[in-house]
Design a protein around this ligand. Structure first.
Ligand code: PSV
Ligand code: MN
Ligand code: MN
Length: 426
């Protein structure tokens, strides 16, 4: 199924949304502060977020999985689904693949399909947290950190293979997330595990092409519940530094203990030029992988505020690789991703509305009340007309979920693929 720009502009016209009037109002209001809404609209229109191949089916739980119907069962179908998201939003122009779930049988055919949807291949993800049916070595007690040399070498080899596949597709980065850790005290020698991890990552790093980046993801717990070898940003940062200039830390919003000040982590990493990748989701308790912005929208805004500051003031930091890392088992996965994309653009727009000049002055004067007022003035602005204007500008749907439902996407997919479908992934 393909939705084209003409169909969408027709649908937009029919909807007759009043966002343009609201834009006029915002232009006038923010011009007084020297903030251009037109520039913000352009920034939002340019913003692209990768969709992970594993978020297109109903998943996100290790307990019951309930098929949503019409889910993609091949890489081709996954790209088609992202094509739908991208047509509706013009924000989802990239895919992040997980190997071995997404090994392409015919690389050129896959590249053609991606191109036809205007999708590029963002970071490749390796998987050393599961043993595959034909596995020669086991990751049961770790992969890159393993006490067992053969398991370590097997995991390094897998990562090299992921790089090779990524190169064929035109990807330029590898994300490594390790489940490696211990479930019980005494199980692991922490120092040895860290040393092995560092050594293995360095081996992977030196095997990357010169124009590739390595993203090292951290997570405090799960699946191991006593210790995780790369548990926090500090460990990831240290390992990235040990590898070299093209190794970076990857922040996943769900990978923090409750109440962690994630925006401060973002600021610290960008200051040091080491924030390479970013996974969006939301959570109430742990790595819940809920829809972006569904639980803590103010925290998301504060994080974006630091990202915007970093993108404008830290040339030492590369432009981060954005990805949604959310999936759910009771919502239509595509509607869920549309909601996440919307929440990301809303938080980005709010952060771009922060009056940086006034904030700097208030900080200089230690005017704490004013600082808070400035941030909250941006956060409490209804930026949805700006997001709609950005989408209208790029030829997307002004209201993507309305369009998704009006075009009856899910039923069309169910008709084509069946009602009892299982997508590969989590
Ligand atoms: C781990 O929880 C994670 O967030 C990593 O990004 C993985 O690559 C992804 O989920 C899928 O396993
Ligand atoms: Mn992640
Ligand atoms: Mn996660």
């Amino acid at each position: 199924m393909k939705i084209n720009t003409d169909q969408l502009s027709e649908f937009n016209k029919k909807q007759n949304d009043s966002f343009e009037n609201e834009i006029d109002f915002l232009e006038n209001k923010f011009a007084k502060k020297g903030i251009s809404i037109a520039k913000i609209i352009q920034k939002l229109a340019d913003f692209q977020v990768a969709i992970p191949s594993w978020a297109l089916g109903a998943g996100g739980t290790r307990f019951g999985r309930f098929s949503y119907g019409g889910e993609p069962s091949s890489l081709e179908q996954k790209l088609d689904d992202i094509g739908i998201l991208h047509a509706l939003t013009k924000t989802a122009g990239a895919v992040s693949l997980h190997i071995p779930w997404d090994i392409p049988e015919d690389v050129n055919a896959i590249k053609d399909i991606a191109k036809s949807h205007d999708i590029v291949f963002d970071a490749m993800n390796s998987n050393t947290f599961q043993d595959q049916p034909d596995a020669k070595e086991s990751y049961k007690f770790g992969s890159l950190n393993s006490i067992n040399k053969a398991s370590r070498e097997y995991a390094v080899k897998h990562n090299k293979e992921v790089i090779r596949i990524g190169q064929q597709l035109g990807s330029k980065s590898l994300t490594v997330w390790l489940a490696d850790g211990a479930s019980f005290p005494g199980q692991l020698n922490f120092q040895k595990a860290l040393q092995n991890t560092e050594k293995s990552l360095k081996e992977i790093y030196v095997s990357m092409p010169e124009d590739w980046k390595l993203f090292i993801e951290y997570k405090p717990y799960e699946p191991n519940f006593y210790s995780t070898t790369i548990q926090d940003w500090g460990t990831s940062f240290m390992l990235a530094n040990a590898c070299g200039d093209r190794a970076f830390t990857l922040v996943d919003l769900g990978h923090h203990l409750p109440n962690t000040n994630i925006e401060q982590i973002v600021a610290t990493l960008m200051y040091k030029g080491k924030l390479g990748g970013f996974h969006f989701n939301d959570s109430k308790y742990g790595d819940d992988d809920l829809t972006v912005g569904s639980i803590k929208p103010y925290a998301l805004f504060l994080i974006f505020n630091e990202l915007v500051y970093g993108m404008e003031n830290n040339p030492q930091n590369p432009y981060p690789a954005w990805m949604i890392d959310a999936s759910h088992n009771i919502k239509d996965p595509l509607e869920d991703l549309l909601q996440s994309l919307e929440a990301i653009l809303i938080a980005y727009a709010q952060a771009l509305l922060v009056d940086q000049k006034a904030l700097k002055e208030a900080q200089q004067n230690n005017d704490v009340t004013k600082c808070q007022e400035i941030l909250q003035d941006a956060y409490r602005t209804d930026v949805r007309p700006i997001v709609k204007a950005a989408r209208a500008k790029s030829g997307a749907a002004v209201n993507p979920i309305d369009a998704y439902r009006a075009f009856d996407v899910r039923n069309t997919l169910i008709e084509a693929r069946g009602l009892k479908t299982v997508a590969t992934g989590l």
